[in-house]
Design a protein around this ligand. Sequence first.
Ligand SMILES: Cc1ncc(COP(=O)(O)O)c(C=O)c1O
Length: 407
Amino acid sequence: MSKPIFRERASKILSDLKTGGQFKFLRELQSPMDAVVKVKGYGDCVCFCSNNYLGLANHPEVVEAGLKAMRDYGAGTASVRFICGSFTPHEQLEHTIATYMGTQAAYTFVSCWNANEAIFPTLCEPGDMLISDELNHASIIDSVRLATVIKKGLLKGIYKNNRLTGEASLEEALDKASKNPEVTGQIWVVTDGVFSMEGCIADLPAMRKLCDRYGAILVVDDSHGHGVMGAKGHGTHEHWDMFGQGAKNGHVDLFSGTLGKALGGAAGGFVAGERDMVELMVQRGRPTLFSNALPVSVACSANKAIEIVMREPQRVQKLKTNVQYARTKIREAGFDVLESPTAICPIIVHDTAKAIAMSKRLLELGVFVIGFGYPVVPEGHARLRVQISAAHETSHIDALIAALKKL
Ligand SMILES: Cc1ncc(COP(=O)(O)O)c(C=O)c1O
């Protein structure tokens, strides 16, 4: 008789998490996502842990667009797109995304995780080299891993976060790749636009120059940059003057992004870039060929959210003002917050159990901030991640500061 290996192992892992103070409790929300949310057991709390950067998740026009889509089209096609087709709103959304991103084409997926998973296993071939920032999002890391399993002979390299020259840098990785006889194909470089745990941004113009020098393709996941970065919220490429063909600092070859943060907040992801790259993912991507389309309600609500971002750049400006105010006040309260132009303000506390305990205490004080520890960030780098939104008023940020001071 076989031993119950898995059950014993699972029960030990779970009980170790509990005794180590690392067990995550999933909070139950009893109201829509907004500046203030009702958290079961804690009542109304000011929310600083959502990626609802522009406050569009519960915008009446966004909600209505989703409801109308359900009335007009039902829930979905009950099939993948190449078999049963997709609805007109999917085409419209992809057109809107391409315009918003300043790219030739775009294609949507049920999540950005799926979009990232489609990119490298589809576009890379044996003999290519894939170079990735060490702090890229888990979905990029897993896509790179999957690609190297599926395409045997695809090589990979990793460089230190945002380090473009010197030891363990992107330049060094590109140089090694260019001299490696096993690299007979395309070199790819992939980075987050905004790093989700640090809140720092990639130096895309410098990366573009390096990529051009070595003939590499530049891929950017800007999930936390869309709606946040640049004067009009197009993303980190707008921030760096790289919006559209012919931009001052060159362009990014391929983007991925999520619709589950600033751009509506429900779910969904996309790729946007050169037509042929996008078309290859439509033709050959496994998440495209073997998985249903984004729900039509989400396609319509996201389309409306992007329309609002383009129509109301003052939302992006309000977010920037809030971010500036929050960073200054957090620092004045005596906390060490990482500096950057993004809406992610991490307060480093090192120990995972401490981060979780602080987050619980803040919730008791009516402020919803999440503590991140291992394995979401490396061991010893635990933090409280404060995220600012255009939905916040000064009074909400003041409430955060008052609670932080009580910790
Ligand atoms: C940089 C980055 N890429 C991808 C994702 C995954 O997005 P989605 O929730 O749409 O799968 C996230 C979400 O946390 C992210 O931060």
